[in-house]
Design a protein. Structure first.
Lengths: 306, 295
């Protein structure tokens, strides 16, 4: 978000002063101006120190004992949660991004009714997570959930008890996560598509490109970077997603669909092993940190592109 | 696509017309699928809420004898899980409102000082915000819970307000910095020549011109607060301090809960953010486009 904008933000060329003139912390335009600048920065600094740095430090301290990690790796439920997390992030994010990309193309085509579809399409995003996931939980109920009722009434087919099986349970969670976040990413990709200059398509048409070739030679290369950044960012979000798993499958059956975000909380507050909970969450750092580094690089490069 | 100028081969008019119909039909089909996919869980909420209690266990696609009884129960607090519903609704509003206000205030001050006052080492501030943005909130829950105990804020709405403001502000700083670039620097300079101090510039020039971004970020912050469950659950456990999210999840504690009451509560809880969202949709779109890449 803004590492790349730092130079222009912090140097202030508008005033036409050389760097040598502004030395040290107190070399703003006026002394009082600088006091103001510091005062304006104070609230966020306070928030950051008290509610970000302190908990992070506290968490690192809580999870610093290597014995915790030995304990974790001996727990089969932890290993299941790691596998689930990887599937959740890998499948949930990539399937959704692909769908979002396709749907953004669909919404680019102006039809008189697409406005109305859009209004309903946004609904999952505007609905708070908790009611939405509770509803999906009941929707999937094996005995009297709407899905199985519909399957039975339409096809005379008895659907499985989705949330009683580790696989269908996990995919229900992933589906719920996709349902909730698909509109948001579709809108982002739609904004990206709209930013592609129309002239490029016209030029391609003049060169003889039709549907598919326009797509592969104009849309795809221009959207690739945005698509990649969105994927990385959503991977970070999906890694930390608590609500879908907690409310759709509840981590069950027998903790077989837990992901790291819910397992950490389970350890800390159900089993009363807070340190183990912190360790479970911290064990996601080897995945989180490369994602963040890649994301920062991409953001820096993409600055000014879209 | 079918209207492109150059074609490899020439086809009859009928061919193009058929192709056109086919693509329209496909589009319509996709539109129907998208609507069904988006609306089904919401529809499910309504069928359960409108059903009378005993019919629910049979499972129906349409409520057989729709009744607003469960809404009446929720609104009149006529069930023991819901005894303090309106109080808890007030709590949710207080948290949402405070988070929105503080996010806008702290975020706009920070982006103003970095972008307009050219704070030395302002990059440290933006990097701090960026770092916070990429930390999943649920990962900090356990230490945050401990820290709120140290601060003496358990069962105090301010523990949740502080936490959510922390997680909403980075996005605000980012969007404000982006949007602020479109406001000409000359305005600040001329105000300065007229003797305005930075606070006056911030309050009288910067904020009014930032209105669309403020609405977009405000909606974002409120939705974030309304979507949040984990911190509410961990930090607020007395009926007095609970928000609706926690009260709602209490229904899950028992297997014998009346699901129609739960869904009616859920629907009432979902109304304010949906109304706000559709009300400020125009601005949201602007905010998203600006924020483009970063979500």
């Amino acid at each position: 978000m803004s590492t790349a904008t730092q130079p222009s933000l912090s140097v202030g060329r508008e005033f036409g002063r050389s760097r040598a003139e502004r030395r040290g912390w107190f070399a703003g335009v006026h002394g009082s101006e600088h006091a103001w600048a510091l005062a304006f920065a104070l609230p966020y600094t306070v928030v950051f120190l008290f509610f970000v740095i302190y908990p992070i430090g506290y968490g690192l301290w809580m999870g610093s004992d290597p014995a915790l990690y030995r304990e974790l790796f001996d727990d089969p439920r932890y290993l299941t949660a790691v596998a689930n997390t990887l599937l959740y992030v890998g499948i949930g994010v990539n399937v959704k991004m692909f769908l979002a990309f396709m749907l953004s193309g669909f919404f680019m085509q102006k039809r008189w009714w697409s406005k109305f579809v859009m209004i309903l399409f946004i609904l999952p995003w505007a609905t708070p997570a908790l009611p939405a996931f509770m509803s999906i939980h009941w929707f999937l109920n094996g005995q009297w959930g709407m899905l199985n009722t519909a399957l039975y009434e339409l096809f005379g087919f008895d659907g499985p008890v989705y949330l009683n099986d580790a696989w269908t349970g996990l995919f229900s969670n992933i589906g719920a996560y996709i349902w909730k976040t698909l509109p948001f990413w579709t809108l982002i990709l739609l904004a990206g598509r709209m930013a592609v200059p129309q002239e490029l398509y016209e030029a391609a048409a003049v060169d003889g490109a039709t549907g598919l070739r326009k797509f592969t030679h104009v849309t795809l290369p221009l959207m690739a970077n945005l698509y990649f950044v969105c994927t990385l960012l959503d991977m970070v979000f999906a890694l930390g997603d608590f609500n879908a798993t907690f409310f759709v499958s509840g981590g069950g059956p027998a903790m077989a669909t837990e992901v790291l975000a819910t397992l950490g909380i389970r350890y800390a507050f159900t089993v009363a092993l807070p340190r183990l909970g912190v360790a479970a969450v911290m064990s996601a750092l080897p995945l989180l940190i490369p994602l963040v580094i890649l994301l920062m690089r991409k953001l820096r490069m993409s600055e000014g592109q879209l | 696509m079918s209207g492109s100028i150059v074609k490899g081969r020439r086809h009859s008019k009928l061919y193009y017309r058929l192709q056109n119909y086919a693509s329209e039909a496909l589009g319509l089909l996709l539109g129907v699928v998208v609507v069904i996919w988006s609306v089904t869980p919401i529809y499910n909420m309504w069928t359960i809420a409108l059903d009378s209690h005993d019919a629910i266990f049979s499972g129906t696609l349409f409520p057989e004898s729709p009744t607003l009884e469960s809404f009446r129960v929720v609104v009149t607090q006529d069930f023991w899980y819901l005894e303090r519903f309106w109080h808890q609704f007030g709590n949710s509003f207080y948290v949402g409102g405070m988070v929105t206000f503080l996010t806008l205030f702290i975020g706009s001050l920070a982006s103003f000082t970095v972008g307009r006052l050219h704070l030395r080492n302002g990059w440290m501030l933006t990097n701090a915000a960026l770092m916070t943005y990429v930390i999943p909130a649920s990962f900090l829950a356990i230490p945050m819970y401990r820290i709120m105990q140290i601060y003496g804020l358990t069962n105090n709405l301010w523990s949740v307000i502080a936490t959510l403001t922390t997680f909403a502000t980075p996005y605000a700083i980012f969007i404000f910095s982006q949007y602020g670039k479109s406001i000409p620097m000359e305005l600040d300079e001329s105000a300065r020549i007229d003797g305005a101090n930075p606070w006056q510039i911030y309050y009288r020039i910067y904020l009014p011109l930032m209105a669309p971004a403020l609405v977009a970020v405000g909606t974002y912050a409120l939705l974030l607060a309304w979507n949040e469950y984990l911190y509410n659950f961990l930090m607020l456990s007395t009926p007095q301090s609970m928000t609706v999210a926690v009260a709602l999840a209490q229904f899950l504690n028992s297997d014998e809960s009346p699901w129609n009451y739960m869904m009616a509560t859920a629907i009432i809880y979902a109304i304010p953010p949906i109304a706000l969202y559709y009300g400020s949709r125009r601005y949201m779109a602007a905010g998203l486009t600006m924020g483009g890449v970063k979500g």
